[in-house]
Design a protein around this ligand. Structure first.
Ligand SMILES: Cc1ncc(C[n+]2csc(CCOP(=O)(O)OP(=O)(O)O)c2C)c(N)n1
Ligand SMILES: [Mg+2]
Length: 327
């Protein structure tokens, strides 16, 4: 069986297995980071995307290798899905020389230009104009790549979102905006901050297509993003896709989550995108229980190995303190 579920032709059976493992990699990576933060072994700050795995894995699976992404402060999943090495990511969070920024950048500065990841961004809404700039480059130089731009519900209230969508629209740029509506921006519920039920409807103000997808349905995400990306590649301009999802953990470290109920959390956990994808793959005979378990264990082991790699790497030496630092 080469192709299932009416997915794009590059999503082969092997790719489906990879995606299943990839979602576990993202989850185990962030679970591990959570533990190390709690123990005080990782410094700075971090934002975990546990619960949002299908969004990163699905949207990026729709791309070709030449395509680019811009990410956010909650970007570990985007990074892994765009092909980053988990050991170099973990080393970066541990502040070691083997990390993506030689240990000086941390969670919100990981970029991987070789793989087309233009970088995480600590400025809410900061990646959106960058994505539009990269898409303008693609168009002007006729490079053929599309840019996938991730941001949150909170970021969709920033001026940069509105200015960027307007420019991308009038210039017909090859960029697809992915709004990961995880229901909260810090402690603010999206429903209290935005007076329309669907952020995707904001696309109408800019004359571009807007769609809502279920953030726990990997297949729906791949298909919707793929159509938008290929449309953009064909010169038909941008689109806005709102992924309805949920962050299982707090906003950042030390968040008691007093602004939401445990029942609400439980309800979203029961819709887990990884679990749903596993059930689908078993039903479609792509996976057996045994193979699913094997892939999950491989992912777990890779993250354990990433931690060993980080722990065994050196911290930057004092004489490199001012190297590669721009501010
Ligand atoms: C320009 C700017 N304003 C405020 C902040 C502080 N801040 C960091 S994350 C965040 C919430 C962002 O919410 P959302 O866009 O929904 O992303 P999520 O954290 O939910 O993934 C805020 C306000 C910031 N980093 N940058
Ligand atoms: Mg949010």
């Amino acid at each position: 069986m080469e192709k299932t579920f009416n997915l794009p032709s590059h999503i082969t059976t092997d790719k489906l297995k990879d995606l299943y493992k990839q979602m576990w990699l993202i989850r185990y990576f962030d679970e591990k980071v959570d533990q190390f933060f709690a123990k005080g072994l990782i410094h700075g700050t971090t934002h975990l995307c546990v619960g949002q795995e299908a969004s990163a894995a699905g949207a990026i699976a729709a791309l070709q290798d030449i395509d680019k992404i811009t990410s956010t402060h909650r970007g570990h999943g985007h990074c892994i899905a765009k092909g980053a090495r988990t050991d170099k990511m973990m080393a970066e969070l541990f502040g070691r020389v083997t990390g993506y920024c030689k240990g000086k950048g941390g969670s919100m500065h990981i970029a991987d230009l070789e793989k087309g990841n233009l970088g995480a961004n600590g400025i809410v809404g900061g990646g959106i104009p960058l994505a539009v700039g990269a898409a303008l480059t693609s168009k002007m130089k006729n490079e053929g790549y599309v840019v996938l731009c991730f941001f949150g519900d909170g970021a969709s209230n920033e001026g940069s979102f509105h200015e960027s969508l307007n420019l991308a629209s009038i210039w017909g740029l090859p960029v697809v905006f992915i709004c990961e509506n995880n229901q909260y921006g810090m402690s603010g519920a999206a429903k209290d901050m935005i007076n329309i039920p669907d952020i995707a409807d904001r696309a109408g103000s800019y004359g571009i297509k807007g769609e809502v997808v279920d953030g726990n349905d990997l297949v729906e995400i791949i298909n919707t993003v793929y159509d938008a990306v290929e449309d953009a590649r064909d010169g038909n301009g941008p689109a806005l896709i709102e992924v309805k999802t949920y962050r299982w953990k707090g906003h950042s470290k030390s968040d008691a989550k007093k602004y939401r109920t445990r029942e609400e959390e439980q309800e979203w956990r029961s819709k887990d995108g990884i679990k749903r994808f596993k059930e689908l793959l078993i039903e479609e005979r792509v996976l057996t229980e045994e193979l699913a378990e094997e892939l999950q264990q491989e992912a777990k082991q890779e993250i354990e190995d990433a931690v060993r790699f980080a722990e065994n790497s050196k911290e930057p030496s004092i004489d490199t303190l001012l190297e590669d630092v721009y501010a």
